[in-house]
Every structure is written in C-alpha cells, then in structure tokens.
Design a protein around this ligand. Sequence first.
Ligand code: SF4
Length: 353
Amino acid sequence: MWRINGRIWIGKIRMIKTILDPEALNQIAESFSEGLTQSEMMTRMNCIRKWYFRYVKRIKKQGTFSWALLFGDAVHQMLEEYYSGAAGKVIVPAVPDFRFESDVILRPDQIDDHEYYRGLAEVLIKQHNRYWETFDNKSIIEKTEEEVEYEYRGLRLRAKVDMVLRPHKSEGIFILDHKTCSDFSLGLFAGWSFRFQFLFYAWMFWRRYGEYPAGMYVNAIKKPAERRSVKRQESVRLFLKRIEGNVILDPDKYFKRERLPFDKTTLPRFEKYTLNPIISQFEQVSGLSVETWEVLESQEYFDVMDSLLISMNSDHCWSYNRPCEFLDLCANDFQDFAAEYITMDVKHSELSK
Ligand code: SF4
C-alpha cells in the first residue's frame, strides 16, 4: 500500500480517500465562528459543494461580479439613508459608490453599464420615495438596517433586518424587507408567505428581542424591462429619461408592498419544519471541525466528510441562464488550471460593509 497525492493505492485497486485537503477542518471552524446567514444556509440547500467553495474555502472567480447584487446593495444603502433620516429631508439621497471587490476591473463596455445602473438607482429611488410618501408618513419606523445576532443550538446566526415599523400607531410591529426584482408575476409573489429569507428575518427578530411581529412587508422594486435602442444610438442619459417617463406614467408596475400577516403559529412552524432541519445539517458539519486530519483513518469517515462537505447538486450548475462560478473547479476535480480563483478575506461581505 502506498500514498500518492492523498490517494491510497493497494495493488491495482485505487481507493480515493477524499479530494478534500487537510486545511478543510480548520477552515470549517473558522467559518462557523463568523456566523451563519440566510444566504449561506440557502446556498448550502442549493448545492453543498457550492457552499463549501464559497463559505468554507472563501473562493471566488477572479474579476467576477453581479450587477444585480451591486445595484441591490446601492438601493439598500439609499433607502437606509432615506428612512433613517440621515439624508435630511431630501427625497433622493446621493447614489453611493458601487462596492466592487478589489479584484474587479471594468471593461470599457461595462463602464456604460455602470453609468446605467447608477442612474437607474437614482430614478427608481426618487419615484419610490414619492410613491410611498403617504404610507410612510402614517408609519412609525422603529429601526433601519438592524444587525441581529442570535445563538441557536450552539450556532451563531446573523441577519441584517432592513426595517422594523408599525404601519399605523394602532398596529403591531412588521419586519420590512427591500427587494429588487426583475418581474412582478403572480408566481413570484405566490411563495413569499413562506419564503425562507423573509421568515428567517422575522424569526431572528422575535428570538432576539422577544417581540412577536404581526407580519412582514416585502417592499418590491422592479427593474425595468426596457432595452436601450442600439438602432437609434440612444445614450445612457436619454435611455434613463425614457425609463423615468415610463415609471412616472405607470408606477404600479414598479413598486409593490406585499403585506404578509402572521398568526401565532407562523414562526413556530417555520422554526420546526423549515429552520430546524437546516440547522441540524449545520450542526453535523460543525461537529467535523473538532476532528483532526491525522486521526481520520477509515474510508467510511472520509465518505461522511465528503457527503457533508462536497456533495454535488448538478441541477444548480446552471441557473438563471448562467453557469455556476465554480463549474471549472467541479469539472477538474478542484484543480484550478487557469489560476482564476482567489481567496476572499471574509465570508459574509454583505455584513462586513
Ligand atoms: S458547478 Fe454545480 S456541482 Fe459544482 S459547485 Fe456549482 S452548482 Fe455545485
């Protein structure tokens, strides 16, 4: 029997112990110390291996970014500034710099996109704030962009709650989540009353502060479907003017607040049937971090580690018409032949900003 590159060879029979590296166990412990967010939990539910790459190894494909995430982040910052009163009485706070990772360098064609998304944030937030003025004037805003932490079953859970408000002084508290989306179809709204993300924020608030919310609002802002006219050589500025005109003409197409009232079983049911099964999986994984690589002897143990850390769900290799950013690593047994992947400093960049 001999060992080559972590693989055990016995005669002609090759047993693959694992393609994991010994650093994995330390990195699991480090990852859990930073806490779990809803997006981390959902990533694991989609594909365990994707979770491992993103949240344990903290790797990303160099230079990649998502306009949807950057735009959503800028919109959140503007709404926070507006609703916290930090911008004074102005109806539209200044558009913040988009928070690109340090490895991103924009190509010339992306510079126009950057100008468009910044302009779009200004157009939509200006009209949004006007559209909801009456609703907002009746509401009592108790908190904005509240970072909530709660220890549950030995795990550190973290969330950023966009807003806590009473829609009217006679009503209980509601958790409000801002959401930028690409469409307002009935199918999109259908699952919101039990969507993990929304209920998790409400559950965190309830568990942390002891006050049971009366419900949730999803504050949906739709991105326009219009395309810039290449034929007419429309400039970004004129394109944004056209979009603004359309939003002013028909604002119901762009702004919607879905009210999701809770009864007294909504959050306990969420805890029992949705959250706890996910937490149980994370408990199992966090248990791995107390082992040391040297004492792991059996193939069975490596098999357990593999199933908890690097199982694949190939249904998620393509979603929303885009490849998963780790497709090349999966296709090459973790080998980064083109040296395209880099390590991030933190795993929850959304909470570190
Ligand atoms: S490429 Fe597919 S299997 Fe690999 S991490 Fe992404 S979703 Fe998972």
